[in-house]
Ligand binder design. Structure first.
Ligand code: CP
Length: 305
C-alpha cells in the first residue's frame, strides 16, 4: 500500500505535482464539493494535540466526499493499553481505508503502517520531532500562490530547530527541490544536531535573516525541552524574537511564515504575526487544499493498480 510517512516518500516530480494539485483545489474555493473519495472512510488518530492539521484534514476529506471518523484518543481503548497496531487493524476491519495519524514517536507510526492490511493507506500528520510532511506541502503551496519559486528563494528558518519536525521535513524537501539560499538560525539549546550541505547555520538573528525574502519562525516547543530548562523563552525573545523593527532593519522586503501554533511574545510579536507581511493565516487556509491533494494522491494509486 502507498503511505505518506515522510517527504522522502515523495520524489521531486510528485512533490511538484502535489503542489500543482493543491493550487487547483485552492482555486475551486471552500464551498466546492466533489465525490472523488465518495464511499471511502478516513480515520483521524491524533495521539498528540492539534488544531490546524486535524481540522484541515477533516475538511479536506469531507470536501472530497469521504466519511470521516474522528477518534478521541483520550477516551479510546488506547487508554486501556491497546497498541497502535491493534487500533488501526481494528478500524481497518470496519472498512477504514486511510488513517491520518499524529504521534510523539515515529516508531509508533511505522508500527501502524506495518499493521495495516493491503489496500489501506497511512498518512503521517506529525511524528514527534521527526516529520510533518503535509506541513511542507501547505508551505510550498503558500509560497507558490505568493509567486515564489523555491529555487530562487532566499529563505530563513528561525526558532527551535532542535525539536522541530517542520524543519526536518523542510530540509528533506529542499534536498529534492533546491533553494537559492537557506539559512537556519537558532541559539543554544535550540540549535539543530546536524546541518545539511543545503543550509547554513547562523548564530545571530541579524546574520540569519539579513536580506531574506521569506522568514519562517518556528515555535519554541516547551513540551519537548528537557525538564529543568528555564528562562529559555525570555532569552530567546530578547535576542531572537521577530518583531517589525528587526524585520524593517534587516529584511525590509520579507514575508513572515509560522506553522502555528504561535507563542506570541516569544518567537514572534503579535503586530508582526497579524500585520501585512504575515502569511500565517494563508498557510492555514492552504492546509485544506494541500491536504486534499495528499489524500487524493494516496487513493489515486488504488485506481492505477
Ligand atoms: N502546524 C500544525 O501542525 O499545527 P497543529 O499542531 O495545530 O496541527
Amino acid at each position: 500500500s502507498q503511505h505518506l510517512l515522510s517527504i522522502r516518500d515523495l520524489d521531486a516530480d510528485t512533490l511538484k505535482r502535489l503542489v500543482a494539485d493543491g493550487q487547483a483545489f485552492a482555486k475551486q474555493g471552500p464551498t466546492h464539493r466533489q465525490d472523488l473519495l465518495q464511499g471511502q472512510t478516513i480515520a483521524m488518530l491524533f495521539y498528540e494535540p492539534s488544531t490546524r492539521t486535524r481540522c484541515s484534514f477533516e475538511l479536506a476529506a469531507r470536501r472530497l466526499g469521504a466519511d470521516v471518523l474522528n477518534l478521541d484518543m483520550q477516551s479510546s481503548s488506547s487508554r486501556k493499553g491497546e497498541t497502535v497496531a491493534d487500533t488501526v487493524a481494528t478500524l481497518a476491519a470496519m472498512g477504514v481505508r486511510l488513517f491520518v495519524m499524529r504521534h510523539e514517536e515515529r516508531a509508533a507510526i511505522d508500527a501502524a503502517a506495518r499493521a495495516l492490511p493491503d489496500g489501506c493507506h497511512l498518512l503521517n500528520a506529525g511524528a514527534g520531532t521527526r516529520d510533518h510532511p503535509t506541513q511542507i506541502l501547505l508551505d510550498l503551496l503558500t509560497l507558490a500562490r505568493e509567486g515564489h519559486d523555491i529555487q530562487r528563494l532566499d529563505l530563513s528558518i528561525i526558532g527551535d530547530l532542535r525539536h522541530s519536525r517542520v524543519v526536518n521535513s523542510w530540509l528533506q524537501a529542499i534536498e529534492h527541490l533546491g533553494c537559492h539560499r537557506l539559512r537556519l538560525g537558532a541559539p543554544g539549546v535550540f540549535r539543530p544536531e546536524t546541518v545539511p550541505p543545503e543550509a547554513t547555520l547562523s548564530d545571530t538573528l541579524a546574520d540569519s535573516i539579513q536580506g531574506a525574502q521569506v522568514i519562517m519562525a518556528l515555535r519554541i516547543q516547551q513540551e519537548r525541552l528537557t525538564k529543568g530548562t528555564t528562562g529559555e523563552n525570555e532569552l530567546f525573545h530578547e535576542h531572537w524574537g521577530l518583531n517589525e523593527a528587526r524585520i524593517a532593519e534587516w529584511a525590509p522586503q520579507a514575508q513572515i511564515m509560522h506553522p502555528g501554533p504561535m507563542n506570541r511574545g516569544v518567537e514572534i510579536d503579535s503586530a508582526l504575526a497579524d500585520g501585512p507581511r504575515s502569511l500565517i493565516l494563508k498557510q492555514v487556509e492552504n492546509g485544506v487544499p494541500a491536504r486534499m491533494a495528499a489524500l487524493a494522491w494516496l487513493f489515486s494509486g488504488d485506481k492505477q493498480r
